[in-house]
Design a protein around this ligand. Structure first.
Ligand code: NAP
Length: 544
């Protein structure tokens, strides 16, 4: 079993009651160990009796740590002060379960080093009557030089009980090195990556037999990459992660805002699929995208089984799968972009584009609600926007039998995309109606039964956050379906106008859920347990 530990800093004796309460709450939420971080307290008068109280009253087995400033802590006192804390931790009734000592101190010729090694021998030999020693090493700047040698040194020491190495991940690739450390361990080991790239190492520690992972209590504010105990237990299903758990990702740059992890992990949980999906910041270039995927695929024991791909890597996804001799779905090839990579059981990679299903499925539901018995077949549809989302919308509608017109702020781009899609859909053996292109000025919206707003106009934080790409005079009506691909905010200027006209509106969140559902089908072979009522938890909204 991999323990969940909560590190609670205690700077002064008057903070003990609050610290004990934090540990009690963490225990209720599922923590197994509390680490008392007494870096500052250790330098206060009366530190020994304060530490004794912390250890004796702890609601969980505890680790006592006095972290030196040289390793990112707050302790800059004397060896004597540090040893007083260790004595208190050892002589409390019951004693602390563990005392953490940094490798540099543990190996030193100083009195503290000797004392630490004695404590380790006693803890190891004393049948549980004294704390066992965790020997640790931290690097806040990045991967420590000589990592393997340091770990080998820790493992070869017969007295210490646990080896711990923690460093700041510079890229998602550092996680796999942490997993390799755990997989090759010669004694109980903690290998974790800090920072925004390190979440995977924390959540997947049980998959590789890590001794513990750290989580924070709700009261402790945020720490990049460190989940709360509740998130770890409830959302990540930490207790059921094992060696066979499959791993998926969403690769994008930036990726922090992605809703894919929350959505897919909920579906995995509800569908009892032993898999987890992580947000993975792949870096903006082809090289970083490729290096990230190569690393994830190279560690067999990770069981990396696929990923969602978002901007700016949808083209790179096709290139990568082609380079690895995989299969590119004809639709993804036709639009020149893939947002899904799946790894088959024989290792073959497949690239596909679920944005099509993202547009098609909600529109088909809307068509059925309108009483259109043939779905979208022969319906006159207008797509505004000739970027990635626009191309997917055009292809989805044309292949569903709609009569599609494409328009765009830059008219020439609409013309070239329409021409290209007419050729590529045909070339890739897909049956689709011919696509026309017209300038925005030529468009009379009354000619259309379906309008898809597929530009980034209306997107919060973007350049055209308040824009509606249609001219003011354009008329919308109650017998139309109006869809927006933008999902932040839920109500865009275009959708507000459509709703005022009484049109059947379909929001971008529905597209997001539908395209994710298609990815889930590709990966698991099953439908997600629920689609229609999926709540956008980040904004407290439900999909329509
Ligand atoms: P893209 O490839 O960069 O294309 C952007 C498109 O928007 C171009 O057609 C551009 O026209 C047009 N545009 C930008 N600002 C405009 C404005 N103020 N007025 C009129 N047109 C404007 O982007 P994309 O990948 O297609 O993404 C477009 C939107 O779709 C984004 O908001 C994205 O988040 C959203 N999206 C949603 C989902 C979902 O699941 N709901 C999936 C994919 C994308 P020009 O050619 O004239 O520059």
């Amino acid at each position: 079993m991999t323990f969940i530990a909560v590190a609670v800093p205690v700077a002064r004796a008057d903070q003990i009651s609050a610290a004990l309460e934090t540990a009690r709450v963490a225990k209720q939420q599922g923590a197994d160990l509390v680490e008392w971080r007494v870096d500052s307290l250790a330098q206060e008068p009366g530190a020994a009796s304060a530490v004794t109280r912390l250890v004796q009253d702890a609601p969980l087995p505890c680790i006592v740590t006095v972290r030196h400033v040289a390793e990112g802590g707050g302790f800059c006192g004397t060896d004597e002060q540090r040893q007083q804390v260790w004595t208190a931790a050892s002589t409390a009734h019951p004693p602390a379960a563990y005392v953490d000592v940094e490798l540099a101190t543990y190996l030193s010729d100083s009195e503290a080093g000797e004392r630490a090694r004695d404590m380790a021998r006693l803890g190891r030999l004393g049948g549980g009557n004294g704390p066992r020693v965790i020997v640790s090493f931290h690097d806040f700047d990045g991967r420590p030089p000589g990592l393997s040698a340091r770990i080998a040194e820790m493992w070869s020491d017969p007295a210490s009980a646990v080896s711990k190495v923690v460093w700041t991940a510079r890229t998602p690739r550092d996680n796999t090195e942490a997993f390799e450390v755990l997989a090759g361990r010669a004694k109980p080991t903690i290998a974790l990556c800090m920072g925004e790239h390190g979440l995977m190492s924390r959540v997947l520690a049980p998959k590789f037999g890590g001794f513990l992972t750290y989580a924070r209590s709700d009261a402790q504010g945020t720490a990049p990459g460190q989940p709360t105990v509740e998130e770890l237990v409830q959302q990540w299903g930490f207790r059921s992660i094992g060696p066979e758990t499959r791993v998926y990702g969403v690769l994008a740059n930036p990726v922090g805002h992605s809703r894919s992890p929350a959505l897919h992990n909920r579906w995995f949980r509800d569908g009892r699929v032993d898999a987890r999906l992580f947000a993975i910041a792949a870096g903006p270039t082809w090289e970083s995208f490729k290096a990230t995927l190569v690393e994830l695929l190279s560690l067999d024991a990770l069981h990396f089984s696929g990923c969602a791909v978002s901007l700016p890597h949808k083209l790179n996804a096709i290139r990568f799968v082609e380079e690895r001799g995989g299969v590119v779905d004809p639709m993804a090839r036709s639009i020149g972009a893939a947002n899904t990579i799946s790894v088959a059981s024989d290792g073959t990679l497949h690239a596909s584009n679920s944005d099509l299903a993202g547009v098609r499925d909600p529109l088909l539901r809307a068509a059925s609600a309108q009483g259109w018995s043939d779905g979208l077949a022969a319906r006159r549809a207008l797509v505004i926007g000739a970027g990635g989302a626009g191309r997917a919308a055009v292809a989805a509608l044309a292949c569903a039998g709609a009569v599609v017109t494409l328009t765009n702020r830059t008219a020439a781009r609409a013309a070239s995309v329409a021409e290209e899609l007419n050729g590529s859909l045909h070339r890739n053996g897909l049956s689709a109606r011919a696509i026309a292109a017209r300038s925005l000025q030529e468009i009379d919206t009354r000619d259309f039964e379906v309008i898809v707003q597929a530009t980034s106009a209306g997107m919060s934080g973007g350049e055209g956050a308040d824009d509606d790409p249609l001219p003011q005079a354009a008329a919308l009506s109650s017998d139309m379906i109006a869809m927006d691909v933008v999902y932040t905010p839920r109500e865009t200027p275009f959708l507000r106008r459509a709703a005022r006209a009484g049109a059947h509106v379909v929001g971008g969140w529905s597209m997001f859920v539908a395209q994710a559902a298609q990815q889930y089908r590709n990966w698991t072979g099953h439908d997600p347990t629920t689609i229609d009522d999926v709540v956008d938890t980040s904004a407290g909204r439900s999909a329509s």
